[in-house]
Design a protein around this ligand. Sequence first.
Ligand code: ZN
Length: 414
Amino acid sequence: MSGTNQRIDGRRLWDSLMSMAEIGATPRGGVRRLTLTEVDRQGRERFAAWCRALGLTVRVDAIGNMFARREGRDPARKPVLFGSHLDSQPSGGKFDGALGVIAGLEVMRTLEDLNIVTEAPLELVNWTDEEGSRFGHSLMGSGVWAGVFDHDKTRALTDLDGVTVAEALEKTGIGGPEAPRAFPADAYFELHIEQGPILEREGKAIGIVTGAQAQVWYDAVVTGQEAHAGTTPPAARKDALVAMARIVDLVDRLMRARGEDGRGTVGQVAVSPNSRNVIPGEVRFSVEFRHWNGDEVDRVDAEFRAEAEAIARACGTQLSLHRLFRIPPQPFDPACVDLVRKAAARLGLSAREIVSGAAHDAVYVATRIPTAMIFTPCKDGLSHNEAESILPEEAEAGCQVLFEVVVERANAPR
Ligand SMILES: [Zn+2]
């Protein structure tokens, strides 16, 4: 890297990432730090202790979002926010989310080392429950903060054991007094691993994230008729699983018809009665499509509905499609994206523009304040997996870009 002489400490960043990964460590090298659990509390405590040691003021809002503040020279200026999430998937990796939070901490430490006071205050954020794997609602903390989700309804969500978000906050002592809502802030930056293969494949160090994909999600049910596997001839069959299999193939075909940018997935299936000698009478499954272009998502939505209906009918079955939501594409703020682009160039880091394939807290935050994201590569594009892996120099490069954009935004003339 070239460019600046104000350098973050890559070694310290890596050591803190490894230290955070001890909390909820799994035998196969991953992390299990489910949101609002005792393990989550331990991770937050370690993070808060690091922040306090730097003299940062740590606030926690009622949904558990943490904000570690460093004052600026000008108390009238709105803070520049940056961060990510410390919760993980049930068998997650060490870097999904943690990289953005711990890199944010390294930015704060570097400023302290170099005795730099920015004009605007800075706030490092740990959003609650980004993953959604416990309460079924991803981007929970940032969604409540941004006003996308209702706070009371969110508190009433339950996990598989019937524990509500409110009870989990209470039991772990994680929730704070502050109302969880968007406060005036100047901008938000989030560093995250790509969780896909593009940067690695092209040998790029930095992804300049221009926005997030549009998505459409459905719950689908095919209803046929349960019948004896041995006595029912082809013409009399109403096999719900055969209909579903052809619909899965349709999802794949619709995706591939859109080339490199297409995404279409059936990831969840429940067959009933799930008995080897009974023709399946009912299949429930999930369907989702994503694309960076919102019009393309609308087109695939229309094509999918029509063709899936036709397939179900041809199989003598009925399809009921419930559209859960359609999220429009979320473009990031051009000025913030430009800061990322220029910082990478100044540092001599190879970079490319990229659209986020995954949802991130930044997507909801972007509905309230100017936002951008920085991606770094991960090995084999693998994430939501214990084998998720990155190199220390990849983390360092991403953190250095984060440092540059945060300082530049916080010192920009008003
Ligand atoms: Zn994440």
